[in-house]
Design a protein around this ligand. Structure first.
Ligand SMILES: Nc1ncnc2c1ncn2[C@@H]1O[C@H](COP(=O)(O)OP(=O)(O)OP(=O)(O)O)[C@@H](O)[C@H]1O
Ligand SMILES: [Mg+2]
Length: 216
């Protein structure tokens, strides 16, 4: 799926029990297909922003739209929205430990009812794009940190989501491995063109994104 524009208007977000808002009228427009770095000091609200856009968290005011459609309000509608539009990846890849890498990638497609020879071809292509072509039958516990990070990225993207929300996907990796995983990410982004928010503390990676949004 081709990326959709993301629009955030007048976002207000205060966590229950906190006196200070994380966002107090925050605006952001991200054009379709943009790879946008999100930077800012620890605690400024980067993960909160991704959680709101993913419909994983609630906010009190303002609106978020993807492709002109508001992120829905109800839990069920939000789960459907995530399944249809959002690819999420975090510092920890959270792969299902008892399933192979290939099965981990197949899972989001199975949930969508997409079981076909084309789906299997796409999984194989994606694995090879992230350099895991030979490791599809391994269990997550048999992967290095960098390999697991790449598998997590591939799983987040297997449904070709319109929106990628990546929270420090290379944060746990040594600089060389982070660089390598980032390279795969750039390749995949160039191929699929999703609209992307990539949280990173690494200025070198942010520089190579199409645009940088600094919070705080
Ligand atoms: N569940 C929560 N309940 C209350 N406050 C929270 C909660 N989650 C985050 N916060 C607070 O909201 C602010 C923003 O947190 P957030 O996790 O979005 O920061 P961040 O920019 O992602 O930081 P980091 O770079 O350390 O990951 C922080 O002050 C944090 O303490
Ligand atoms: Mg964070």
């Amino acid at each position: 799926m081709i990326g959709q524009p993301l629009s955030i208007q007048g976002l207000h977000k205060t966590y229950a029990g906190n006196t200070h808002p994380v966002f107090d009228g925050f605006d952001l427009q991200v054009e379709a297909g943009c790879l946008c770095a999100v930077v800012g000091v620890s605690g400024v609200g980067k993960t909160t922003l991704l959680n709101c856009v993913a419909g994983l968290d609630h906010w009190e005011g303002g609106g978020i739209t993807v492709g002109g459609e508001p992120v829905p309000a109800g839990a069920e509608a939000r789960a459907l929205y995530r399944r249809r539009f959002v690819g999420l990846a975090f510092q920890q890849p959270h792969l299902l430990p008892e399933f192979t890498v290939r099965e981990n990638l197949r899972m989001p497609l199975l949930i969508q009812g997409e079981v076909s020879a084309q789906a299997e071809d796409w999984i194989a292509e994606l694995l090879s794009t992230v350099g895991l072509g030979e490791l599809g039958e391994r269990l997550p516990g048999q992967l290095s940190g960098g390999e697991a990070a790449r598998a997590g990225l591939a799983r987040a993207l297997v449904r070709r989501p319109a929106l990628w929300l990546l929270d420090e996907p290379t944060g746990n990796l040594d600089p060389a491995t982070a660089e390598e995983v980032f390279g795969f990410l750039l390749d995949l982004h160039a191929e699929l063109r999703p609209t992307t928010l990539l949280v990173t503390h690494n200025p070198g990676l942010a520089e190579r994104c199409m645009r940088t949004v600094r919070l705080g």
